[in-house]
Design a protein around this ligand. Structure first.
Ligand SMILES: [Zn+2]
Length: 374
């Protein structure tokens, strides 16, 4: 019995001594680790302080460059001699970091092709978000970068030099962002322009505003394009809501993406004579003799619409004095679908089935023109 106790005590003492010894052995290492950790924390605080100062003085874009240089320097110091891309660990153009308490579901992205503004709305991002979680990377495509803090979160806004689609890759708290030009994604590009908008209603007859009919037709047209699932064709719209883009921006969208076709949808009014009715299409008479002419495109649309809707063919009309017709590099056509001042046509134009039919005719005209080589 006594022997057992002695054995037990001995065993305990042996284990205890080994424990103490190895503890003493590892202690210096733990201390080194603790020192490293403290040094790292101090460096992070220091870097954050630097960014805080820079945020106050630099523009958004300069701040992006500063934060990126800072991250490169830190990564270089840690990893020795590796290339910049390896040290930062990403090859995409930008890396957006989410705040710790946020997930990707808290992010909403808006890409406005007309204003060329891309916004990342981050629920839960606070006032100091750009300083704590700086955006990193490089892009030649950005002309301005801003951050606005709001009540429920913040918005990071990029102003782009050109129209871009986003290629996104989420990896936990990081969103990797690349910018892709529409010309790289699609073989053919079409821009659809709904006339007027917002405070510019166009014609108003019996409380019906032209801008609403124009938009209704474009909305139906979008449904058809969306259903067609043609991945080689990219379709862009100057407006899909009650906004009023500047004429320069409407034509600018088409010119920026090197569109193959530009179609503007309008409706007519002839206040003094209700009997006037029918469809007309305007074209750029100064570019009449070009290979894929604005005039021939206008002719295709006019034929499709009048045959499909059964409206009176009022013919092709010179439209060079209209900004969007004249200023788009792509062959352009401005469709005046019908006369709102004609009671029968107004009734038709406000009817959704008629709008659908009209959209289908415009779609067929566009597809015919593209098949002809526009
Ligand atoms: Zn109009």
């Amino acid at each position: 019995m006594e022997e057992k106790i002695v054995r037990g005590v001995t065993l305990f003492l042996v284990i205890f001594s080994v424990g103490v010894c190895s503890g003493l052995f590892y202690l210096p290492m733990l201390e080194v680790k603790a020192q490293q950790y403290a040094a790292k924390q101090m460096q992070l605080r220091q870097e954050r302080k630097e960014r805080e100062e820079m945020w106050a003085t630099l523009s958004g874009l300069e701040f992006l460059n500063f934060s990126t240089e800072q991250a490169y320097a830190t990564a270089d110091a840690q990893n020795g001699e590796e290339t910049e891309e390896q040290t930062l660990g990403f090859s995409q153009q930008l890396r957006l970091e989410l705040p710790k308490n946020c997930s990707k579901d808290d992010v909403t992205i808006y890409n406005n092709y007309v204003t060329r503004r891309i916004a990342f709305e981050i629920k839960g991002a606070e006032e100091d978000y750009p300083i704590r979680y700086p955006l990193l990377g490089k892009s030649d495509h950005i002309s301005e970068l801003n951050y606005y803090a709001g009540k429920d979160g913040g918005t990071l806004e990029l102003e782009m030099e050109h129209v871009y689609e986003l290629s996104l890759d989420w990896q936990e708290q990081y969103l990797y962002i690349d910018f892709v030009a529409p010309q790289e994604l699609y073989d053919k590009l079409v821009v659809i322009d709904a006339g007027h908008g917002a405070k510019m209603p166009g014609a108003i007859v019996s409380n019906v505003m032209e801008k609403d009919i124009d938009l209704a037709i474009v909305t139906e047209l979008k449904k058809i394009f969306d259903q067609s699932e043609d991945e080689t064709l990219g379709v862009y719209y100057t407006r899909l809501d009650d906004s009023d883009p500047a004429f320069e921006d409407r034509a600018g969208l088409a010119n920026d993406i090197d569109a193959n076709l530009f179609v503007s949808i309008h409706n007519n009014a002839f206040p003094n004579l209700q009997s006037v009715n029918g469809t007309a299409v305007l074209y750029d008479e100064k570019r009449e003799n070009e290979g894929n002419s604005s005039k021939h495109f206008a002719h295709i649309l006019l034929k499709q619409i009048t045959e499909s809707l059964g409206t009176k063919n009022r013919g092709l009309m010179a439209g060079n004095d209209i900004y969007v017709v004249r200023s788009t590099k792509a062959p352009s056509a401005l469709v005046e679908v019908g006369f709102m001042t004609n009671p029968k046509e107004l009734a038709n134009l406000t009817d959704q089935n008629y709008q659908k039919k009209c959209a289908r005719a415009i779609y067929d005209g566009i597809m015919q023109a593209l098949e002809e080589g526009y």
